[in-house]
Design a protein around this ligand. Structure first.
Ligand code: FAD
Length: 447
């Protein structure tokens, strides 16, 4: 498909920074939206007219300037591992691939200053080499970029201690606006909340400063429980035990563990499984705590083997869903926030109503300082109507659902910040060219 601005774009940014071929456009216009049968149906045919590959901030500015002059929509892409079509261009135009802005500029005491295309896995290794580590990262860290995580993700491994992205886990961003002469903004403090998890709708991030934590010797283990309720109680008590350092407490009711094919030799048939990353020095204490709740260790990897053999985080967060889909392509998922004081009753009500149609998978996190279970329950998909009936039931019993079957920010869980994000959008993207269609309409939220 030829576009009227093809030659001008090549002239402006150079042929080596742009692709128009179908294979590149098609591959780089997609993310993991297909986790959702609802999104799959609606996004499969979306494709950009061109892909641009800037290598520096000044090249990003040139692309933005061109897009604003010619009124070309622009969608930013990190590694394209998002689950809601965040990086899918709904209205064609350009996809700007940030993978060539991949320099770690500085690792200081307690922070890293990076370009947005740096992969989180590379940054984690580099930080650990220097006695530090990432505070939080998604289970896709080997592929995902820092910019993509901050603009499209929420939390992950480490969130049990450090919370989500908006809990002080971004210190500063440099953002370019979508204008003929792009402005360069330094964003910090509360203003960051207008940019975190906003799908690149308010500007293009060209540099980030993220806090680092001191390095910990992490051991990994799997604990099996014959009774699911005991497994939940153990996870809750362990998660609230502040003297034990933790990176991951991931709980799966049976039959979810059977989807983890590479772990099959350490999975007990019929048992719920908790995947743990805990400080090695606390392992004996955690093992005896597990025993009190009827749990048994079936796998242990000491800190020297951290990430050298099996990485348990590859079975946590939304990787759990991926393993389920590999076995049963009819599986999809929800994102749920349980009441920390009533999650046992809420879980029981969901199981009574839906049985194995909804399988419970929790990640314990710190949310605004309170340690609580969040869940990525698996759902056996039959129809959109049934999916939304399940969502409605969860909401009725007080379980918060951030709908992962929509690409719209206001519907997917950023409704709370929508009004302030909208004000920033009007200033930074007055022509409405950044990732159009993702923002929703202000009147929907302004009432
Ligand atoms: P992309 O998907 O490329 O982009 C995400 C969004 O950010 C897009 O809207 C894009 O336009 C925008 N963006 C990217 N770069 C910039 C920039 N420089 N400036 C402005 N906007 C930008 N997410 C979690 O939070 N936690 C998890 O544990 C987790 N687990 C996952 C497991 C699996 C198996 C899968 C498939 C997904 C998972 N995700 C998770 C979702 C996703 O992997 C992460 O959020 C990841 O960090 C996204 O990074 P990315 O580089 O792939 O971003």
């Amino acid at each position: 498909m030829a576009v009227s601005w093809e030659k001008d774009l090549i002239q402006r940014i150079g042929a080596e920074h742009v692709r128009f071929d179908f294979e590149s456009r098609s591959r780089l216009s997609k993310d993991y939206y297909w986790y959702s049968p609802v999104l799959k149906k609606r996004l499969d045919d979306k494709i950009a007219d061109s892909i641009v590959f800037p290598t520096s901030e000044s090249e990003v500015a040139q692309v933005l300037s061109f897009a604003a002059e010619r009124r070309v929509p622009l969608t930013v892409r990190g590694a394209g591992t998002g689950n809601y079509g965040q990086a899918v261009p709904l209205e064609g135009g350009m996809v700007m691939d940030m993978s060539r802005l991949n320099r770690i500029k500085e690792i200081g005491d307690g922070y890293a200053r990076v370009e947005p295309g740096v992969k989180l896995g590379i940054l984690e290794r580099e930080a650990r080499r220097k006695g530090q580590e990432l505070r939080i990262y998604p289970s896709t860290f080997e592929k995902a970029t820092v910019g993509g995580f901050v603009c499209g993700g929420s939390g992950g491994i480490g969130s049990i201690t450090w919370g989500s992205l908006w809990d002080g886990n971004v210190q500063e961003m440099t953002v370019l606006t979508m204008e003929v002469i792009p402005k360069k903004l330094k964003v910090s403090g509360d203003e960051l909340l207008h940019y975190i998890h906003n799908y690149g709708t308010n500007g293009v991030v060209t540099e980030l400063v993220i806090p680092l934590a001191p390095r910990v010797d992490w051991a990994q283990s799997i604990v099996s429980f014959p009774v699911f309720e005991d497994c939940l109680l153990f996870a809750d008590v362990l998660s609230k035990q502040d003297t034990i350092k933790k990176r991951l407490v991931s709980v799966n009711e049976w039959p979810i563990p059977k989807y983890f094919l590479p772990l099959k030799h350490v999975i007990v048939e019929g048992h719920a499984a908790v995947l743990l990353e805990i400080e090695e020095a606390s392992c004996i204490e955690v093992e005896s705590l597990a025993e009190k709740f009827g749990g048994k260790w079936t796998f242990y990897a000491s800190a020297v083997n951290y990430r050298k053999t099996l990485g348990l985080s590859n079975f946590s967060w939304n990787h759990t869903t991926l393993w389920a889909i590999k076995t049963d392509p009819n599986m999809t998922y929800l994102q749920a926030g349980f009441d920390p004081d009533h999650f046992m009753e809420q879980s029981a009500r969901i199981k009574t109503k839906y049985g194995d149609e909804v399988l419970l998978h929790y990640e314990w996190v710190r949310n605004a300082g309170i340690v609580m279970p969040q869940a990525l329950p698996l759902v056996l998909f039959t129809s959109e109507e049934r999916l939304y009936e399940i969502i409605l039931f969860c909401r009725r019993i007080g379980v918060r659902i951030n709908d992962p079957h929509t690409w719209r920010l206001d519907e997917g869980g950023r409704g709370d910040r929508f009004v302030s994000m909208w004000t920033t959008k009007l200033e930074n993207d007055p022509l409405g060219l950044l990732n159009p269609g993702k923002f929703g309409e202000p009147q929907d939220c302004l009432g």
